[in-house]
Design a protein. Sequence first.
Length: 359
Amino acid sequence: MDQDVLPVILCGGSGSRLWPLSTAERPKPFHSLAGDETLLQATVRRLRPSPAAPFLAPIIVCAAAHEDLVRAQLRAIGVRPARVLVEVEPGGTALATACAVRAATEIAPDATVLIAPADHHIKDDQGFRAAVMAAAEDAGDEIVLFSARPESPETGYGYMRRGRPLSGALHHIERFIEKPPLETATALIAEGGWGWNMGLFLGRPAAFQDQIGRHAPTVAARAEAAWSGAERRGARIALAAAPGPSLSLDRAVIEHSDRLAMRTCDVGWRDVGCWSALWSAAGRDPADNHLQGSATAVESSGCLVWSGGGAPVAVIGMTDVVVVSTPSGVLVMPRSRAQQVGALSTDLQSGPLIPLSMN
């Protein structure tokens, strides 16, 4: 019998590496990047129930500033979430997960929980759903991570090494490394046996609670404070403030846990976390250019040209560059330096412009 899966969709983060499209007011999940729907809408639709995949209505975790955007975009696709957890201040994915698991135990204590970011792109939705349901059947007491085959030494992803076989198609994770430097990422790919962490985590609520309590007790304590002081109105839960550092689940728990399993999941996954990743995930013309809006590329190849402000944007005789124009700003750079946009975006928003060295 299929195991019920309760999706928890984390709709947070600033998406600063996609500046000037993604901003604090309207970050990455609320934009249409690789299709007609926004990334949030595509994620929610991918996890809707079907006869072959009995997903439950999702839990959404979002910032207070984005709650109206979340509700409007879900209404547009006819989805009513089981709960909306509203964060008064960002606490990172570790705290969001700990609070969401508390909600899951109220809604469906016997279900398996799938922690899913709202801002990823997956080409093969059917294959993804099948992999999730199979992993839910085999998870046991483990936390399951999903692994994509590395295609390049990306420094923005976590890497996991496949170990001994477990039940079904699961394997023990022999080692986990979060966002290694370029030299390390290159060596891992050359070594073989490593996969990209897709940023999806599946397990029983008790497994998450046990591992968060063991490896991140301060996060568990903050989650208790946020949950016990929450204000409730119907399906809306406004979490209380729980001051502390913003910690990712990867750093706080996954890097230290010994209860991890992995499942290979080659479904055309992309984080779409930066402009080069978007170029890789999006459709391209015969010259390998991706053009959006009123954009033109003449005698150019490997370029991403994005006009998001109405005015035409054109490149001539360029190779492997990114040119983005929106009402929030204009970005021009080699595609290979896409990971540096996040730091630039932070600097631009922190105060008066000063000369920046990105080397």
